[in-house]
Design a protein around this ligand. Structure first.
Ligand SMILES: Cc1cc2nc3c(=O)[nH]c(=O)nc-3n(C[C@H](O)[C@H](O)[C@H](O)COP(=O)(O)OP(=O)(O)OC[C@H]3O[C@@H](n4cnc5c(N)ncnc54)[C@H](O)[C@@H]3O)c2cc1C
Ligand code: FES
Ligand code: FES
Length: 1333
């Protein structure tokens, strides 16, 4: 039998006994120790594991390069392929590839965890198109997620390779499109001196395609070799058969009729991984030419079942160029669906046959293929036959399906005919790379062109377990003319036939019902327009009011462009002084080459074990019994740790480590399996049998918590003025409430840790991806009953954290260390994405209630608020989050009489925790929602009401701290001017007047973000600076590098203070061994506080060395260090900062909790599609007061990245819980963080000129968190657009629009005749799929 041969980065790999269950990702990471390729989700949804696969097509005699997700690529499928990983592209040791260089130098990396995947997507693109178009660039990155950067800098890097700079070549009014603003309004004025560029393209290495790795000639010979022999691999549980001829395939299928035919493995793979499906035998055809046919016959186009979706896309794109338009209706519709189907990686892996036969209910192609009357050619040893791809086939009706021993050979798509129209529709939570909420394929044929329906076919996807055909409706409509009356009748019939029950899986039931008819309406319009084009005399053109309903929102050619204005450094500043300069992230290049080491990239330690958790499947239940025997008996299982083993160390502070006698949420940690390998640990976890008895009450929502008075600690309250009296003096009073959903951190690197017990003195080293090493040290020491000096926690870098790597991480680290300690062996624990999302909680869902008294001119005189956050089942940081929310709730406004009370609710959800912004994004949103309501009541614009209530000059906050708000007014003014607010407001109104179905909205929000950590002690920081005798410097501090660039800034500080080049200074990571008792990294202050400590250490050193330096001022650090050593002067210094003044007395509601405020303003403009709920952010302008920026490139990255994360929070990221408290959204497939398609078409950011801030590091301000809130400008712009739609339809202007403002909410708020015609469920008549928590 032939072994498996393939190449990785030019090196041959031969495997005789490969395990068929092994995917390429673990093979690369563990077997080949190529850890540049990252795990982000394991299901093809994030792009972190992207590699390039190259295959030689011997019939075409050319090599095909394509991007692929290593997590779904079985190693057995790689015979004859060449795999290129990020390590094969370039390295710091050999040569950097231009892609790697440009992504790093364009500041396209922060935490760097997504970067290797980004590099590989770009690299593959360039291998195929050395000068890609902008559209190709966007398509190449659509399957890669980044949680930090906001994508724009990555696109900037990619654009440097593009053919044109994105100009559409149509020079309207003699002006290049790139110089025209949105709505043909001028670009923002640059005002004053231009900022220097953040990077210089001239420095970049040129792309030289001749330098790329060649395809191994050996593999070409292998591909040419005839006859080839089949391969069989047998593992512990599974056999893999790779036939190489059609006869061999049919033979294998007849022998193993129930074995799946694995092509791209993008359907079988996720099923096996996430749904527990198991196949003992897999058949995977290899290079069978008959499966790749492309044939034009007289009746249509035949496509082989083995073609990938990307190949199909290429074929169709070519065919539509030369076939007459009337023949290509179905092809065009297919191309439209393919453009947004998954990302490029999946489209390149997935096969047409695999797609059709998976029959996913949400398949984008199947409803269309069925509507288009496609036929399937199937084959078995008995012979060939044709079957129609229709609804019976799609519902797997046995009489219409393939027989088990049959394979799909090809599919024929008929050419469309004259007077035939075919369309496809889809709506998803995100515009690209997101499965459809509903999709549809529709076809109508008018026979003789007399406008009478001869054939009609309408199919919908994701409205039931299989695609559904509205067959009866279609039959009844045949013979009718194409008119509005027919449309109404069609809607009625479709809604009667395609029913979606109130409890349907996937929820969003009313939205889905509305989409059924909304799509029908769009089809009606498209066909009407088509008829009119063909025979304008007979079919009048569409009247203006409908035109805007015809198309989806258009993709723009200027996507993700923007400007950045920042402060120039003082001309007097020394050129070598890096403070204030856009220095690249110090790890940027290592991120791009895959050399940056994250926790799980650390090599396995001898005899290392793996730990996995068993979590509760019930939200509130007693554990009646737990049977571990079967799990313990499995091979490789070493131990199972339960709360009994932990005994009296099962709790730390307010948190419990493992559940004892009851569970309090789905995802509660119950026990931990320790096994020789990850696979064995996971298999054993499946075998733990737990019997539960449900307990009452089950509290999931804030409302239920209030009803049961289920709170953590007492109420928190802030009050100023006399609220009751003030209410008596106002013109109007209104009461309202607004709900805001939670948010998942979605750091790209999941929770990871490695505990290594030392042979001596019971010491423990623990390597963790955490923001708080000291806390890990404390909890581990407590759990192991050791003094803290025996436990050391080390962190090199963290692949994104955003607040989610503190409390939960430490609990898991304690259990991992306990296991390591108990067995005297290293233990690794790395969560899968689904486990991570389930266990670790996220941002608190929030309910804000308000009663507001105001004057008719918009002045708010009295405000009485109640805040409730949903804390989940344990305290974690819920109270602190609530307090911070209260202290920041007034945002930018001075409310003279204010009372705000807050409670943290205890519920049966996973415990919620810190997330960037820490309560402010929710509290500020409640206040802004209230402002919007007041504006609506007063008949004023929200911006007018914002202005009239805004802080002016020096004022006192509700807790009595005096603040100077000059920067706020300046940001607001500048933002208004930069955004040309008034002109654009008029343009938006003009647009809306002429567009009934697409509306634009514009909104501007101010920002006051107070910075501080709550107490002086929590702000203390230390640093350690060593000078070595060669003059090099090692700096260490207590801050964690999690993408924000704190290490880069610290080296900038050393460089300025010691007046030495940055290259002379090194930083290895953070450890409790070097800097003890460091506070958590978070709260925007990591660089602030640690920088002051680093500066202090440097100044101590300088003071000590001053006599030596002044004696030899021309000397170098090497000379001074040697002289100091010779003079017995210490070359190490500790730096210390005691923390900002900070206090708050909750009894009195008074204090000085914050050191300073970050001010800002953002203006966003969006366009919405009223018919589907889609939206597009057209342009955002942000102005920030950042003090003196230490590094404008990093600071821009923080503002921009946070803004995009905020946009996700307020518009697309939606956590869904079942009525029994189980999280439905456990991966990127269900939970949609912003993708590259979501970023604003234009994003303009300006920093105000430097402002002085005497107490902070070089007058800088911490910017990590504040930008999140500015994302709500997008929500309010959408709300403005919805208002315009409602006004036009004479509906009341305001509807309660909670956050996130998703396509569902947008569509349902844009009420029209279609939303009115859908059936509604009587509340309580069914159990919904999800509940609002
Ligand atoms: C991250 C991600 C995002 C996605 N997004 C979308 C999306 O937006 N829209 C959408 O529509 N889909 C989406 N999909 C689904 C995707 O389109 C399908 O998974 C894919 O098309 C299946 O093709 P495959 O070759 O990988 O199938 P495989 O997993 O290899 O096989 C699937 C099934 O098809 C059978 N099969 C395959 N070929 C044959 C044959 N020739 N004869 C008989 N049986 C055969 C196999 O037996 C198996 O049961 C997504 C998938 C992933 C992983
Ligand atoms: S890890 Fe493979 S796509 Fe996410
Ligand atoms: S830099 Fe992209 S995920 Fe962090």
């Amino acid at each position: 039998m032939e072994p498996l041969h393939f190449f990785v980065n030019g090196r041959r790999v031969t495997e005789k006994n490969v395990d068929p269950e092994m995917m390429l990702l673990p093979f690369l990471r563990r077997n080949l120790r190529l850890t540049g390729t990252k795990y982000g989700c394991g299901g093809g949804g994030c792009g972190a594991c992207t590699v390039m696969i190259s295959r030689y097509d011997h019939s075409a005699r050319r090599v095909r390069h394509y991007p692929a997700s290593a997590c779904l690529t079985p190693v057995c499928s790689l015979h004859g392929a060449a795999v290129t990983t990020v390590e094969g592209v370039g390295s710091t040791r050999t040569r950097l590839h231009p892609v790697q260089e440009r992504i790093a130098k364009s500041h396209g990396t922060q935490c760097g965890f997504c970067t290797p995947g980004m590099v590989m997507s770009l690299y593959t693109l360039l291998r195929n198109y050395p000068q890609p178009s902008e559209e190709q660039l966007l398509a190449a990155l659509a399957g890669n997620l980044c949680r930090c950067t906001g994508y724009r800098p990555i696109l900037d890097a990619g654009r440097t390779f593009c053919k044109t700079s994105g100009c559409c070549q149509s020079k309207e009014n003699e002006v290049c499109c790139l110089d025209q603003g949105v709505n043909r309004l001028p670009e923002p004025k640059e005002g004053g001196q231009m900022s220097p560029k953040l990077f210089s393209e001239e420095e970049f290495l040129p792309l030289d395609p001749t330098q790329e790795l060649i395809f191994p000639p050996e593999l070409m010979i292998l591909a040419e070799k005839q006859p080839r022999t089949p391969r069989v691999f047998t593992g512990d549980r599974m056999t893999w058969i790779s036939p190489v001829t059609l006869e061999g395939l049919l033979e294998a299928k007849s022998k193993f009729p129930h074995a799946p035919l694995v092509m791209g493995n993008t359907s079988v793979g996720p099923e096996m991984k996430f749904k527990g499906v198991f196949h003992p035998v897999i058949i995977s055809p290899d290079g069978i030419e008959e499966l790749s046919v492309i044939k034009h016959a007289c009746n249509g186009l035949t496509l082989g079942a083995g073609l990938s979706l990307a190949q199909m896309q290429d074929v169709l794109a070519d065919v539509v160029q030369w076939l007459p338009e009337e023949k290509t209706q179905t092809f065009h519709a297919l191309l439209k669906q393919l453009r947004t189907l998954a990302g490029s990686q999946i489209r390149n892996m997935a096969s047409l046959g695999g797609h059709i036969l998976s029959r996913h209910p949400d398949s984008d192609l199947n409803p269309l293929l069925a509507a288009g009357s496609c036929t399937l050619c199937v084959l078995s040893k008995e012979g060939e036959r044709q079957i129609p791809l229709d609804e019976h086939f799609l519902s797997r009706s046995p009489s219409a399906d393939l027989k088990p021993q049959e394979v799909l050979l090809s599919m024929t798509v008929p050419y469309s005919r004259k007077w035939e129209f075919v369309s496809a529709f889809r709506q998803a939570q995100r515009r690209e790379n997101a499965q459809a909420i509903v999709n549809a394929g529709m076809r109508v044929f008018f026979g003789e062109g007399d406008g009478v329906i001869t054939e009609l076919s309408i199919l919908y996807g994701n409205v039931g377990p299989a695609a559904i055909c509205a067959r009866d409706a279609c039959r009844k409509l045949v013979g009718r003319s194409w008119s509005e009356e027919t449309l109404d009748e069609a809607c009625r019939l479709v809604l009667g036939e395609v029913t979606i029950p109130g409890s349907a899986p996937g929820g969003r039931v009313e939205f889905r019902r509305t989409l059924l008819v909304s799509f029908l309406f769009r089809f009606y319009l498209q066909v009407s327009q088509g008829l009119s084009h063909m025979d304008p005399g007979r079919y009048p053109s569409l009247v203006g009011k409908y035109e805007s309903a015809l198309e989806d929102l258009h993709p723009e050619h200027r996507h993700g462009r923007g400007t950045f204005r920042y402060q120039n450094t003082d001309p007097k500043q020394l050129p070598q002084d890096p403070i204030g300069r856009p220095v690249m992230h110090l790890s940027g290049v290592k991120h791009a080459t895959g050399e940056a080491v994250y926790c799980d990239d650390m090599p396995a330690v001898d005899q290392e074990l793996f730990l996995t958790f068993v979590t509760s499947s019930r939200a509130h239940a007693a554990i009646v019994s737990m049977d571990l025997s079967e799990a313990l008996s499995l091979p490789g299982v070493v131990d199972i740790v339960t709360s009994k083993h932990l005994g009296d160390v099962n709790s730390f502070s307010t948190e419990t480590l493992l559940a004892t006698d009851k569970v309090l949420c789905v995802g509660h940690l119950v026990c931990a399996i320790i096994a020789d390998s990850e696979v064995q640990a996971k298999q054993a976890a499946e075998k733990v049998r737990i019997v539960y008895k449900d307990l009452e009450p089950l509290i999931l929502t804030v409302e239920e918590a209030v009803q049961h008075k289920s709170f953590f600690e007492g109420e928190r309250k802030l009050e100023c003025g006399d609220v009751e009296e003030a209410f008596k003096t106002v013109d109007q009073v209104l009461e309202g409430e607004v709900h805001m959903g939670g948010q998942e951190h979605f750091y790209m690197e999941t929770q990871s840790m490695l505990a290594i017990p030392k042979a001596e003195d019971q010491e423990m080293d623990i390597y963790v991806s955490t923001q708080f090493p000291k806390y890990i040290q404390d909890i581990v020491a407590s759990t192991l009953k050791l003094p803290a000096n025996k436990v050391m926690c080390h962190v090199r870098r963290v692949g994104g954290a955003f607040g989610g790597k503190v409390i939960k991480t430490s609990i898991m680290a304690a259990i991992t260390a306990f296991a390591a300690h108990k067995h005297g062996r290293a233990v690794r624990c790395v969560l899968e994405r689904g486990e991570d999302m389930l266990i670790t909680g996220g941002r608190h869902p929030y309910l804000g209630k308000y009663k507001v008294g105001f004057m008719n001119d918009g002045r708010i005189v009295a405000l009485d608020m109640e805040h409730y956050n949903n804390g989940g089942n344990s305290l974690d940081e819920s109270l602190f989050v609530l307090e911070m929310g209260l202290l920041k709730m007034e945002n930018a406004y001075k409310f003279p009489h204010l009372r705000c009370r807050g409670r943290a609710c205890r519920t049966n959800l996973p415990s919620n925790t810190a997330l960037r912004g820490f309560g402010f994004p929710q509290a500020g949103f409640v206040t802004e929602s209230c402002i919007e309501e007041v504006a609506a009541k007063c008949g004023l614009s929200p911006e007018e009401v914002r202005e009239v209530n805004m802080y002016k000059g020096t004022k006192q906050t509700p807790y009595g701290q005096e603040i100077n708000t000059e920067g706020l007014a300046q940001c607001w003014r500048e933002c208004k001017a930069q955004a040309s607010f008034s002109l654009r407001r008029a343009a938006v109104e003009r647009f809306n007047a002429g567009s009934a179905w697409k509306k634009r909205g514009l909104a501007m929000v101010p920002l006051k973000f107070p910075v501080g950590v709550g107490s002086v002690a929590m702000g203390q920081a230390s640093a350690l600076v060593h000078v070595y005798l060669d003059g090099s410097v090692l700096v260490t501090h207590g801050g964690i590098e999690m993408g924000q660039g704190v290490h880069t800034k610290m080296i900038q500080v050393v460089s300025r203070e010691l007046k030495m080049p940055m290259a002379n200074v090194h930083l290895r990571g953070t450890s409790t061994e070097t800097v003890p008792n460091a506070n958590a990294s978070g709260g925007s202050v990591v660089a602030d506080l640690n920088g002051l400590a680093v500066k202090d250490a440097c100044q101590t050193l300088l003071k000590r060395l001053e006599p030596i330096i002044s004696k030899n001022p021309q000397g170098a650090w090497k000379d001074w260090a040697q002289a100091a050593f010779d003079g017995s002067i210490s070359l190490s210094a500790i730096g210390y900062f005691r923390g900002y003044e900070s206090n708050i007395d909750w009894e009195k509601g008074q204090g000085h909790p914050f050191e300073y405020c970050v001010y800002g303003a953002a203006c966003s403009e969006v366009e919405i599609d009223c018919l589907t709920g889609n939206h597009k952010n057209i342009r955002t302008d942000i102005v920030m007061d950042v003090g003196h920026s230490i590094n404008p490139a990093l600071d821009r990255g923080q503002v921009e990245g946070a803004f995009i994360q905020g946009m996700g929070l307020y518009t697309s990221e939606e956590l869904k819980y079942s009525p029994r408290g189980s999280l439905h959204t456990r991966g990127p497939d269900q939970y949609k963080i912003p993708g590259v398609c979501d970023i604003p078409t234009e994003l303009h950011i300006s920093f105000l000129p430097p402002s002085e801030n005497s107490n902070t590091l070089y007058s800088s301000k911490g910017l990590g968190e504040s930008g999140i809130f500015l994302g709500c400008s997008v929500l309010f712009a959408i709300r403005d657009a919805v208002r315009a739609s409602r006004q036009e339809r004479c509906l009341p202007g305001t509807v309660a629009l909670s956050s996130p403002l998703t396509p569902e909410k947008i569509r349902m708020a844009c009420e029209d005749r279609f939303t009115k015609m859908i059936p509604r469920d009587i509340p309580g008549s069914c159990v919904p799929w999800d509940v609002l928590v």
